[in-house]
Write a protein that binds this ligand. Structure first.
Ligand code: PLP
Length: 448
């Protein structure tokens, strides 16, 4: 029996990333409040938010400091744009802090409002830059199958998932995808992680040579693949990718929209995996999701080209109204202050062993083929046969079934194909981690 709110939802909303047909029967989960790592629905039922919202509520719910910071900034200056040389204190302070903690040398910061628009900016900068450098043929961008980079026309093209392309007439020409680096699923029998990484790097090099190195401008990757299945890279992967990109003068874009700010056990995933990134996309945990904000951090080499182009043609014609929103920037400054004061990275490293131990234990479950993670992010792949790794047919919906049972048990997770994701708020305690996995195991027992 659907609640009154659920009925009104069905009558009025088109939900993002939702099966719109089944939603008409099932209705929504209506959440009402949250505290710490818990959220509560409109009937008062408690859930552990095992996805930190959408990989973003790092400091959990009801953080009074963030709420007060937003309130104070709204009272003082709820809005100013930063077009045409206008600026404000929180935008400047945030950029300074980001430069200070960046995992690679960063020269400047460009703001947006979502992870998607940050990656759109990345694409436009790559194109603009190569025109400015007098090499208009060097425009192709290589992404990866199962990579996730957003939903705008360009960022959805970078995304390597079928549902983001089918019937949307995407990807755009000039954006191509190399293999997904998932050792469990795609390595040859007996192939070591290092050998598998070498094979993937060789495949990338072949793609570059086939296309022509003078036509390939950039490569984009998430340190840990998120929406593609919470997939950690195999050993040696980024080291080998770095070498290929350097050889052909290809820009490396690190998409840290979910891995930024402590998720992988270092402040940035770029650092965890030694990625030689030229530019980095940030969003989500930059404000612990208390306000929509994104940022592109770029090195001096990229910035210099942009400035030089302004000397020639004038205005850098890109940026949206809410770029550098003062409330978002103030909340982000406070968020970073809390991460540093509360030593969030140390906390992640303190509780990660419990998280990873429970993931290992989950891999013993008859339904789970692989469970693997880093820091406080992990994925578990549900399989029909653990020996052969035979997967459930995509339409079988086993992961969706597990997600529904998890909800019954008071645990929010997310199905990505046949994989379940684990990405709790970074402030989660060891006891809460144990409880989260207890609830997950009960849900999987019901799914069997
Ligand atoms: N990049 C990555 C790695 C993401 O995980 C996401 C969203 O989950 C995005 C980009 C897009 O961000 P948004 O949904 O804020 O547009």
């Amino acid at each position: 029996m659907l609640s009154n709110l659920a009925v009104r939802d069905i009558e009025t909303l088109v939900h993002p990333y939702t099966n719109l047909a089944t939603h008409r029967q099932n209705g929504p989960l209506v959440l009402e409040s949250g505290k710490g790592v818990y959220v509560y629905d409109s009937a008062g039922k408690e859930y552990i938010e095992g996805m930190a919202g959408l990989w973003c509520t790092a400091l959990g719910y009801s953080n009074q400091e963030l709420i007060e910071t937003a309130y104070e900034q709204m009272k003082k200056l709820p809005f100013t744009h930063i077009f045409g040389g206008r600026s404000h204190d929180p935008a400047i302070e945030l950029a300074e802090k980001l430069k200070e903690i960046a995992p690679v040398p960063i020269s400047k910061v460009f703001y947006g409002a979502s992870g998607s628009d940050a990656n759109d900016t990345q694409v436009k900068i790559v194109w603009y830059m190569n025109n400015a450098l007098g090499r208009p043929q060097k425009k192709k961008i290589i992404s990866r199958l199962k990579g996730y980079h957003g939903v705008t026309v360009a960022s959805a093209s970078l995304t390597g998932l079928p549902n983001n392309h089918i019937d949307f007439d995407l990807p755009l020409p000039g954006i191509m995808h190399t293999s997904c680096p998932h050792h469990y699923r795609f390595a040859e029998p007996g192939e070591s992680e290092q050998d598998y990484s070498s094979r993937l790097a060789a495949e990338l090099e072949e793609m570059i040579l086939r296309e022509g190195p003078d036509t390939v401008a950039a490569f984009i990757a998430e340190p840990v693949m998120g929406a593609g299945g919470a997939i950690t890279p195999p050993e040696g992967y980024f080291e080998k990718i770095n070498a290929v990109l350097a050889k052909y003068d290809i820009l490396f874009i690190s998409d840290e929209v979910i891995t930024g700010f402590g998720r992988t056990g270092k402040m940035f995933g770029t650092e965890t995996y030694g990625m030689n990134a030229d530019t980095i996309s940030l969003a989500k945990q930059i404000t612990s999701a208390y306000f929509p904000l994104s940022a592109v951090m770029m090195n001096e080499k990229v910035y210099e080209v942009l400035v030089d182009q302004s000397r020639k043609i004038g205005t850098f014609g890109h940026g949206n109204t809410y770029a550098g929103h003062p409330v978002g920037c103030a909340v982000a400054v406070k968020t970073l202050e809390i991460y540093q004061r509360e030593k969030i990275v140390d906390h992640v490293n303190k509780v990660a062993p419990a998280f990873l131990r429970r993931l290992d234990k989950l891999a013993e479950h008859p339904l789970v083929g692989e469970a693997r993670g880093v820091g406080l992010i992990g994925g578990a792949e549900l399989v029909k046969d653990k020996q052969t790794k035979a997967s459930f047919e995509a339409k079988n919906g086993v992961a969706a079934k597990a997600v529904a049972y998890a909800l019954e048990e008071g645990f929010i997770t997310r199905a990505m194909g046949d994989r379940l994701a684990f990405c709790p708020p970074l402030v989660i305690s060891e006891a809460e981690i144990e409880e989260m996995f207890n609830r997950c195991e009960r849900a999987l027992d019901k799914t069997l």
